[in-house]
Ligand binder design. Structure first.
Ligand code: AMP
Ligand code: FE
Ligand code: FE
Ligand code: ZN
Length: 282
């Protein structure tokens, strides 16, 4: 069983449509893939349609933008009821603020001399939940930087960078409770991704565990071996599941689908905690 529990489509900042993502997951030999777009479930219906008749199982999910103590972090949520109103309202709030913030980031980039426009970013993002990676693609198009990841430096879009403008982000303990109340399973995404900016302390993770966190994403491109070992130990100490996943974004990142995976026993334990919706088998 090859299980990848974190992937993005063009419903947020990935480059594959949900159907293309499903086809690529089949081609990569995956048995299970989770669709976890930032703050949106807009890709679920198309992905669910695309898995029919394949050997792939789709785990509907999302990746929520959170912030605590000035540190931004991401919370994965699996198998929640997308219609549960309190959680749906919070996703909507974050998505809406992404537009205000995106315009402000573009304005900052222009003040700093980058010849990009909001119309260009809208074209790149399409109907997707708009984010910094779309603006990074605009900076690449304009020849300001060579690659998307080169746009995530202090000069431009990195957390705290010259053109970074914060968006509304949910307190993570609140987010954990919203996910659980919608029948979902919350998992802390790439908790040790220091290259993205500041990370939270073990105490914050322990507090989230007490609030209902289900797991830590341990095996991830942004974690070195030492970080993985430390997080695996922390998950064991706190009684949390330890997952692994690619965080695939299509051609906006170099990581491949299935490059990091989740142990089948961990996946089964995660399923056992979910009461919102079932995985969709092909
Ligand atoms: P946003 O959700 O608009 O705040 O943008 C955050 C997204 O930017 C993350 O989900 C990643 O896809 C991407 N990102 C963050 N840091 C980096 C980085 N250092 N290199 C490439 N992409 C990044
Ligand atoms: Fe992303
Ligand atoms: Fe993330
Ligand atoms: Zn992600």
């Amino acid at each position: 069983m090859r299980i990848d529990l974190h992937a993005h489509s063009n419903a947020s900042d990935g480059t594959d449509s949900p159907a293309e993502l499903v086809a690529n997951a089949v081609a990569a030999g995956l048995d299970v893939v989770a669709l976890t777009d930032h703050d949106t479930v807009a890709g679920h219906a198309e992905a669910a349609e695309a898995v029919r008749g394949t050997r792939l199982t789709l785990v509907p999910g999302a990746e929520l933008s959170c912030r605590v103590g000035g540190v931004s972090l991401h919370l994965l949520a699996y198998l929640f009821d997308p219609a549960e109103p309190a959680f749906a309202a919070e996703r909507e709030l974050v998505r809406t603020d992404r537009f205000r913030r995106g315009r402000a980031v573009v304005e900052r980039c222009r003040e700093l001399g980058a010849p990009i426009s909001w119309e260009q970013v809208e074209r790149i993002a399409g109907t997707g939940s708009v984010g910094r990676p779309h603006i990074a693609s605009a900076l690449v198009e304009a020849g300001v930087v060579a690659t998307v990841s080169d746009a995530f430096t202090h000069d431009w879009l990195a957390n705290g960078g010259r053109a970074d403008v914060p968006k509304h982000e949910t307190d993570p303990a609140t987010a954990v409770r919203l996910v659980r109340a919608a029948g979902g399973v919350p998992v802390f995404a790439h908790p040790g991704a220091v290259k993205r900016g500041r990370t939270v302390s073990d105490q914050v993770i322990a507090d989230l565990a007490a609030a209902g966190l289900g797991g830590l994403e341990v095996d991830h491109l942004d974690h070195d071996e030492e970080t993985r070992a430390r997080l695996r130990g922390l998950a064991a100490d706190l009684g949390l599941l330890a997952t692994g996943s690619s965080d695939y974004h299509g051609h906006r990142k170099t990581v491949r689908l299935g490059e990091y995976t989740t142990d089948p026993a961990v996946y089964e334990a995660l399923l056992a905690q979910a009461t919102g919706v079932q995985p969709i088998a092909g």
